[in-house]
Design a protein around this ligand. Structure first.
Ligand code: ADP
Ligand code: ZN
Ligand code: ZN
Length: 709
């Protein structure tokens, strides 16, 4: 590339203004997005510092007037400069504006309501889980690290509030030592459910503390904060902070400043915690690395794992990606040596075994006359556990009362007027003022939030035989309470956790044995460690199989394996019941055996055959508009352009077609797929399409987004 785009003044509002500079030959290899350079600017006598945000071969104006870059500056020492470099990388990689990228990496600007009294989220979790906290207690300087050998963890002199560490088992010790030898590449820590990955993270964090370095621990979603913080503070004391969207601006600011001022060593949180301004970042941990939530779905649409690789490189930090069900992408990287691989193949708690798994064919149950949500096996085992005073988790990946509402006379399904989806029934019961009868329910759209009362007759044929079908967590809760009236039941889903502090309340109650059964959506399957749970019921295992996505099997395998992995993690053996209409499906069969490696082989050969990621890069170009004809035209135009311009590169252009959910929020949505094995070419296609679409449809209310897998 001959020219570099450089931004100069990052304090100004308009950071998007980039200037073009010529790249001198001697620097051509080393100028890339994110580096700092010295450039001449306007009439200023002194050269200015700028950040390179992109490269190009085209001069925008008279070539002779373009000034050269003067020099390449060494890597910045200041943390903010590192983060700006990261933003530049994100802007180039994910096709967002520099402004959007900077907003993502420098999210917390100023103190808000400084004087108001606010709670410390970490102290709250400690007190909820029964840990004592002492103000000012420091456990930052752990003992100097020894060798990671069996029976000799790096138990620091944790203060009075921390629990003594169990010794690392030999596998954990070996993994720790090996991870610390990997100074050049990330490590994928593939450890089966309950193998003690968290304990490995804690040892690594202690090691970082002994070097006076800090750690970022990323979790896939807020619901895991309670569990993760509880575990970390119980071993490491109070030098831990959290960052997530449920915190108020003021609370965020306080947590952020604790990191900037070196008052803490560990930051825990969902993906945005990656941008914590630690001065000496030593380690980044991405727990449950396979989770989709690490992919940002708003601009900048970044992949947390890729950005973490970049940040770790910039800071010279270790990066560990942990999972019991690694994404195909990461496992493939481990196979070809891009990542190191460490494995933990046994459960860590002494005596804990993998659970016994039963796959129940719900078609058979129906044939036998069982029309309930529960298979006979699940009923029997539930009664048994209630009798023995052990805990149960029931997983169903649909919130609300029922799936959809339809008319039994004419088959009409009640749909959202703004979206192309059926409404979901919720049992927010109300009393009908005319009859005094209790009536179901409220219908709501999970895509736009629209709600309406349940109609009393079919809108198209006026039949009164209109009813909810399918099962959601609320209906499951109702059925469980009816069947086991004495059981204490908790429910955790997006509805029951809408208020602040709700996650912590539900999880700590269950943790303390105040409930027998925890019902929930995928929120309850990830990473939780409840030693008294000896039965997990996966109520409708195939729900995630029947989507049109190419990775539906992977997703199903992960959900079932993770859910099953919650059972029998303590002293007592556990059982798992998987209820399915498709017991022969390989995702279900292999998840039942917790056989990740066979699943990987099988799924990879399918992806290769079909040319799906990670075998190739797949870019989804999504277009939406309230104008149905216009969006169709724009999509055709984009497809034609892509095919024309990149015919020589052999890019495969598929579509356009309507999205599976064609209308959402009164917007019509088209999608176009472009596949190519080269990342560079995919990026080039994206940038070109963005430009041509922008110039033609930019001010006609057609919105475009791109994501690359
Ligand atoms: P994972 O995250 O791999 O699913 P966890 O880190 O939650 O597993 O550990 C599972 C359980 O094993 C936890 O209750 C933890 O306290 C326990 N555990 C972990 N390491 C050890 C060890 N070395 N000795 C005894 N128990 C352990
Ligand atoms: Zn009808
Ligand atoms: Zn809607």
């Amino acid at each position: 590339m001959k020219y570099a785009k450089v931004i100069i003044d990052i304090s100004a509002e308009q950071v998007d203004r980039a200037f073009t500079y010529r790249i001198p030959d001697e620097l051509s290899e080393r100028i890339m997005p994110g580096v700092r350079v010295q450039v001449p600017f306007g009439n200023a006598k002194k050269a200015k510092t700028g950040f390179v945000i992109g490269l190009t071969d085209e001069a925008e104006f008279d070539e002779s007037r373009i000034k050269p870059i003067l020099s390449l500056l060494p890597k910045a020492l200041d943390t903010n400069a590192d983060l700006i470099g990261l933003a530049a990388f994100m802007a180039a990689e994910y096709g967002c504006t520099m402004n959007q990228a900077l907003k993502a990496v420098l999210p917390v600007k100023k103190a808000v309501g400084k004087n108001r009294r606010r709670k410390d989220p970490v102290a709250e979790i400690q007190s909820l889980s029964g840990q004592e906290t002492q103000a000012g207690q420091e456990t930052g300087s752990a003992d100097a690290p020894g060798a990671f050998s069996e029976g000799e963890g790096l138990s620091g002199k944790a203060g009075a509030t921390t629990v003594p560490d169990e010794a690392l088992n030999p596998d954990q010790a070996a993994a720790c030592a090996a991870i610390l030898r990997e100074t050049e590449r990330p490590t994928l820590l593939y450890g089966i459910t309950g193998s003690g990955k968290t304990r490995v993270y804690i040892e690594l964090i202690r090691h970082m503390q002994s070097l006076k370095k800090q750690t970022i621990v990323l979790i896939p979603e807020i619901s895991l904060t309670y569990q993760t913080v509880r575990e970390l503070t119980s071993h490491l004391g109070s030098r831990v902070a959290v960052m997530h969207s449920r915190l108020s601006q003021g609370e965020k600011y306080e947590q952020y400043m604790k990191a900037a001022n070196g008052e803490i060593d560990v930051m825990v949180g969902p993906r945005s915690a990656l941008f914590t301004p630690f001065a000496k970042l030593g380690l980044i941990v991405i727990d449950e690395e396979h989770e989709r939530t690490y992919q940002s779905d708003t601009a900048p649409r970044y992949d947390t794992r890729a950005v973490a690789v970049r940040r770790a490189e910039m800071a010279g930090a270790y990066l560990v990606l942990g999972s019991a069900t690694p994404s195909l992408e990461s496992y493939q990287r481990a196979q070809n040596g891009e990542y190191a691989l460490q494995t933990l193949m046994r459960r860590a708690h002494p005596g804990a075994l993998m659970p016994t798994v039963y796959v129940e064919d719900m078609r058979r149950e129906l044939e036998m006359g069982n029309r309930s949500i529960f298979s006979d096996r699940l009923k029997e085992l539930t009664a048994d556990r209630l009798e023995r005073g052990e805990q149960i988790m029931l997983f169903l990946n649909r919130r609300g009362y029922a799936g959809f509402v339809s008319c039994r006379s004419c088959g009409t399904v009640i749909k959202c007027p703004h979206c192309d989806v059926s409404l979901t029934a919720h049992n927010n019961w109300y009393i009908d003022p005319r009859t005094g009868e209790r009536e179901a329910a409220l219908l709501s759209c999970h895509y736009c939030g629209y709600t309406q009362p349940m109609p009393r007759e079919c809108p198209s044929c006026a039949s009164r035989f209109i009813a909810p079908f399918g099962t959601g967590t609320q209906k499951l809760e109702q059925a469980v309470k009816k069947m086991y009236p004495k059981a204490r039941v908790l429910r955790m889903d997006a509805d029951s956790t809408a208020t602040k502090g709700a996650y912590e309340e539900i999880l700590s109650s269950f943790q303390k044995g105040k409930a027998d059964i925890l019902i929930g959506t995928q929120m309850i399957v990830k990473g939780h460690d409840f030693p008294n749970v000896t039965l997990v019921g996966i109520v409708a295992a195939d729900m995630s199989l029947n989507t049109s996505e190419y990775d539906a099997s992977e997703r199903t395998f992960q959900l079932i394996t993770q859910a099953a992995g919650r059972s029998g993690r303590g002293d007592r053996a556990g059982d798992v019941v998987i209820q399915t209409y498709d017991p022969g499906h390989y995702a279900i069969e292999l998840a039942a055996r917790a056989d990740y490696l066979s699943f990987y082989e099988r799924e990879m050969s399918y992806r290769k055959l079909m040319h799906y990621p990670p075998d190739t890069f797949l870019m989804r170009v999504r277009l939406r508009s309230e104008d149905e004809a216009l969006v169709a035209e724009a999509a055709e135009f984009a497809a034609d352009r892509a095919a024309q311009l990149f015919a020589a590169d052999d890019a495969a252009v598929i579509g356009p077609c309507s999205e599976a959910l064609y209308k959402i929020n009164d917007n019509y949505r088209k999608i176009l797929y472009i596949k190519h094995p080269s990342h560079d070419i995919i990026i080039k296609i994206r940038d070109t399409l963005e430009e041509v679409l922008m110039s033609r449809y930019g001010n006609r209310n057609v919105y475009t987004s791109f994501d690359i897998r």
